[in-house]
Design a protein around this ligand. Sequence first.
Ligand code: NIG
Ligand code: FE
Length: 419
Amino acid sequence: MSLLVGGASQVATPRGTQGCRGEDLGRLEVLPGAVVRCDDGVIAFVGSVAEHDRRFPPADEVFDAGGGCILPGFVDPHTHPVWAGSREDELTRRLRGESYMDIARSGGGINATVRATRAASFAALLDAALARLDTFLLYGTTTLEAKSGYGLDLATEIRMLEVVREARSRQEVDLVATCLAAHEVPPEHRGDTESYVRRLVDEIHPEIARRGLAEAVDVFCEEGVFDLAQTRRLLADAGRHGWRIHLHADELTPQGGAELAVELGALSADHLIHVTPAGIEALAGSDTVAVLLPGTSFFLRSRWAPAREMIRAGCAVALATDCNPGSSPTESMPAILALACLGLGLTVEEAVTAATLNAAAALGRAAEIGSLEPGKRADLVVLHAPTYHHLVYHYGVNLVRHVVKAGRVVVRDGRRARA
Ligand code: NIG
Ligand code: FE
């Protein structure tokens, strides 16, 4: 099955099979009037119509981009998309002056969602997750990482990850599962973090690994949650479990999380709002991707991660939504691109690379997705705008008009195209 996407104003894409750094982060290839040919779900050609017609037979299907800009599908490398309940009350409390941590300590925060999620059935969690995945796709995300972490007990962590596994076969967005059972200390271990760390190491992590429900592990390394020494112990068995590592690092306070992520060869260190100069240096000299989540800074009204310093130092910077019910309840990568430019100070070109190729690198998938180049999976979006700049310039609305996933049109004119 072949699909030719033509009639575009431009194709804009980063290039390569690994995370970009420094000046390369801002180097997008822009091909005016180019076409993209997809053969059996894989990109076969990107270039001029004339060259396409010389080299290829007519495609089975031709799709008209209607004068829009074609970009790679967004890759969202940090989300918490499975949960029950909602926490809009906490927004109200924060707007009146309480902090995220104050609210967490008074029974809200992650543990409020844990209560609702433990009480929810598999079917209810699946329905809620599928509704969110629908929104992700309509906003142009074609691959996302999905964390557990609102169970904090074996049964519910398994249920969440089984929801991710089931959701994989029910809709088109590719899902990469991460075990985040170390997201918070659950109420039954309150005041005795050590006992929960032991339970994670001895029981929860091994059982989730045995069931093959995740390909990576993550820990919320933070003051009052898991300290650096506990985080180190929680990640010590990752290799034995066959897991790659992501780390919630230096989000609310500087903890040395970035340095630990680098030391352990993590795929990514995420948040980094309070990363130190030493952390930046460590990241810059490593393959660990710095995943920035400006939606969280915006929504918690906290400071912005030092993105320019990181880029200047040579870190591979990526962007993600952090979609979760407490600190960043959005599925929209275009919103994150706008915040990345206007909050973190990225250029539009840097933001596009960070949300596609570098985000793929944060998931260890930069050889397969994240750019529009022959041999990569045919995941792309068509904007309702003539250039990629509009994604940030015309902020707050959804400019994603069509989405192609693995060579099939799955969103047409802003609506799901049902087969
Ligand atoms: O990435 N930092 C920890 N986890 C989430 C917040 C989750 C929540 O508040 O429910 C985050 O910001
Ligand atoms: Fe998070």
